[in-house]
Design a protein around this ligand. Structure first.
Ligand SMILES: Nc1ncnc2c1ncn2[C@@H]1O[C@H](COP(=O)(O)OP(=O)(O)O)[C@@H](O)[C@H]1O
Ligand SMILES: [Mg+2]
Length: 231
């Protein structure tokens, strides 16, 4: 189903009145957030404000106590509703160790597309193309435990790219990256990613890759900056 309201693009993510707390302390209070196809959006907020939690809710990794989650135009409630979400929406975890679980780089990047039913040949080419693009071809056979933090971040991004998601959720993607590597991520976002929500504290990075920034504070999401509306 395609949502068309006021000539906007199809809705990818829509949260309506989402409320969540890990215990009695509320983290998200009736949060409303919408991301349409082609939107490149940032999310900022103090440490512990619930940015990672919000991304987990979109992926169905945790369930809100109240509210509605619509992804790709469909209401998502039960665990089985999120199977398609996790195939089509790619989450880059804040902590790369949560993302990587195979013995080597090559196996980790291949895991997702093989699981989607792509052939070994097809996946081999895809893995090589992604590694070439991110400049990590030299790491392809390396065990994960022998990677630096920045290298892990790039490999984690490669595993998400390999799923060819329709939308990316990126949780602090530039943390721990040197300037040159950060430029690669910026180039990827600008040129190859069509729709995304990126959480970051890096204002310069956000200004480069987003056209709109939301702010999460005290459980509420506000529009913070809209570059697309500026001269
Ligand atoms: N599994 C958990 N159990 C209890 N509290 C948690 C858990 N995960 C995160 N929190 C708390 O929820 C709040 C929001 O966390 P998080 O979403 O990680 O914030 P952010 O990503 O904005 O820094 C923080 O106070 C954090 O300590
Ligand atoms: Mg976080």
């Amino acid at each position: 189903m395609v949502n068309k309201l006021n000539n906007t693009q199809p809705s990818i993510i829509k949260l309506v009145d989402v409320t969540f707390g890990y215990n009695e302390k509320p983290i998200l209070k009736e949060v409303n957030l919408e991301l349409n196809e082609g939107e490149k959006v940032g999310l900022v907020g103090p440490n512990g404000s619930g940015k990672t939690t919000l991304l987990y809710i979109i992926m169905g990794l945790i369930k809100p106590q109240k509210g509605k989650i619509e992804i790709l135009g469909k209401l998502r409630e039960k665990e089985k509703d999120f199977i398609e979400v996790r195939q089509k929406i790619g989450l880059l975890f804040q902590d790369s160790d949560s993302q990587l679980f195979c013995p080597t780089v090559k196996e980790d990047i291949a895991f997702g597309p093989l699981n989607l039913g792509k052939s070994r040949e097809e996946v081999k080419i895809l893995v090589e193309e992604i590694c070439e693009f991110l400049g990590i071809k030299h790491l392809i056979n390396r065990p994960i435990y022998k990677l630096s933090g920045g290298e892990k971040k790039l490999v984690a991004l490669a595993t998400v790219m390999a799923m060819q998601p329709v939308c990316y959720l990126l949780d602090e993607p530039s943390t721990g990256l040197d300037e040159e590597t950060k430029e690669k991520v910026i180039s990827f976002l600008k040129n190859q990613a069509h729709t995304y929500l990126v959480v970051s504290h890096d204002k310069k990075f956000l200004k480069e890759v987003t056209e709109k920034i939301y702010f999460l504070k005290e459980g509420k999401v506000f529009l913070y900056q809209d570059f697309s509306q500026q001269g």
